[in-house]
Design a protein around this ligand. Structure first.
Ligand code: DAH
Length: 355
């Protein structure tokens, strides 16, 4: 009988080691250790054996059962691991694949794309992007920017005033008419040197083919101890080339702004007729002048620096330049958009042409 137990053990061990799947292994467990299997039967019959045989047979059968149980458990663990690996390999999900069906992503509005493009140019030149409030104090919008008390833009016919708690500076509250107030706010926050641009919405009481009550500007400000008009010109030239093409030139014309002295308007050489031929008179874009007005700028007026004197700006020591451009204007020039209102009509036939 001991011999038979040895045979069963050898046969079962060989079969268990050769099992290829957990299901196959389970069949072997039933075959060798199940209720109707030979070994358990044999164990159950041990009591009826001769007393001399009983001890040795019982021990051999028990040992064999334990050995087979352990073997099955170990082999089972191995097989499960292998099967798990196979399942994982088969089910592998690439989370970077696009969803199906692809989600519609739309596109950037031309004004957003233009703003970002301009931001990229100035970031590349070392400027930082800051933003400010659209509801603003008269102090920041006009007073600290050296506007005459009688400046026409202060009129209620030109500017949206809002009812709001009193300004700590004692003035009224309005929707900012330009992004220039952030010149003052930024200088209050950061001592010189400073180089910032300020994108954002601005508001004016105007509405026709070339004016909307709300539009977008980007303000620029660079102040230090030795920032000159030449730096302004170089900066504007780099901007013009990046946006309108490497062949562009710029031209500065004298102008007036309350917060710059001297003030200039900057023109970029017309990219529509310049390349084609010298027949500028027919050019629909520059009307034959060869130049396109792109922005206002100038050297920061000492009075503006004086308004932030207590924040480290000394008009005797510091100087710099500022500029302000209209995002709509740049986008219209660059993409030959004929009517400002197209930006706000949300007509997909227009919007889909860009981006
Ligand atoms: N704030 C002016 C406007 O809205 C634009 C402007 C002109 C900004 C000259 C400037 C500047 O910083 O120097 O018309």
């Amino acid at each position: 009988m001991i011999e038979r137990i040895g045979q069963i053990r050898a046969e079962a061990e060989a079969a268990i080691c050769a099992a290829g799947t957990t299901a196959g292994l389970e069949e072997l467990r039933v075959r060798y250790l199940g209720r109707k299997a030979e070994l358990p039967n044999l164990l159950r019959g041990v009591a009826e054996l001769d007393p001399q045989e009983r001890g040795a047979v019982g021990r051999a059968a028990n040992e064999t059962r334990q050995a087979l149980e352990t073997l099955i458990t170990d082999r089972g663990a191995q097989l499960e691991l292998g099967e798990l690996r196979e399942r994982l390999a088969g089910d592998r999900v690439d989370v970077t694949l696009p969803a199906t069906p692809p989600a519609p992503v739309g596109r950037l509005h031309l004004l957003t794309a233009t703003r970002r493009e301009i931001e990229d140019v100035f970031c590349g030149l070392g400027f930082t992007v800051v933003e400010g409030p659209e509801v603003e104090f008269v102090h920041y919008n006009f007073d600290a920017l050296n506007h005459d008390p009688a400046h026409p833009a202060r009129a209620r016919t030109d500017t949206f005033y809002v009812e709001a708690p009193a300004d700590p500076h004692g003035g009224e509250v309005l929707l900012r008419t330009h992004t220039s107030p952030m010149q003052i706010r930024a200088m209050e926050q950061q001592p010189p040197p400073i180089a910032i641009i300020v994108p954002g919405r601005v508001y004016r009481r105007d509405s026709d083919a070339t004016h909307t009550p709300q539009f977008h500007q980007i303000e620029g400000l660079a102040v230090g101890e030795d920032v000159t008009l030449a730096d302004l010109k170089g900066t504007l030239l780099a901007f013009a080339k990046a946006i309108f093409g490497d062949e562009r030139e710029i031209r500065l014309r004298p102008h007036f702004f309350p917060f710059t002295e001297p003030s200039v308007e900057a023109d970029v050489s017309c990219f529509m007729c310049a390349d084609a031929d010298a027949h500028a008179p027919r050019c629909p874009l520059c009307k034959g002048t060869g130049w396109l007005e792109i922005l206002g700028s100038g050297m920061v007026d000492p009075n503006v620096l004086g308004a932030v004197r207590e924040h480290g700006y000394d008009p005797e020591r510091h100087q710099g330049f500022a500029f302000g451009l209209g995002v709509e204007r740049i986008a219209m020039l660059k993409h030959a958009v004929p009517d400002l209102r197209l930006f706000y009509d949300n007509d997909l036939r227009f919007l889909r042409q860009f981006g």
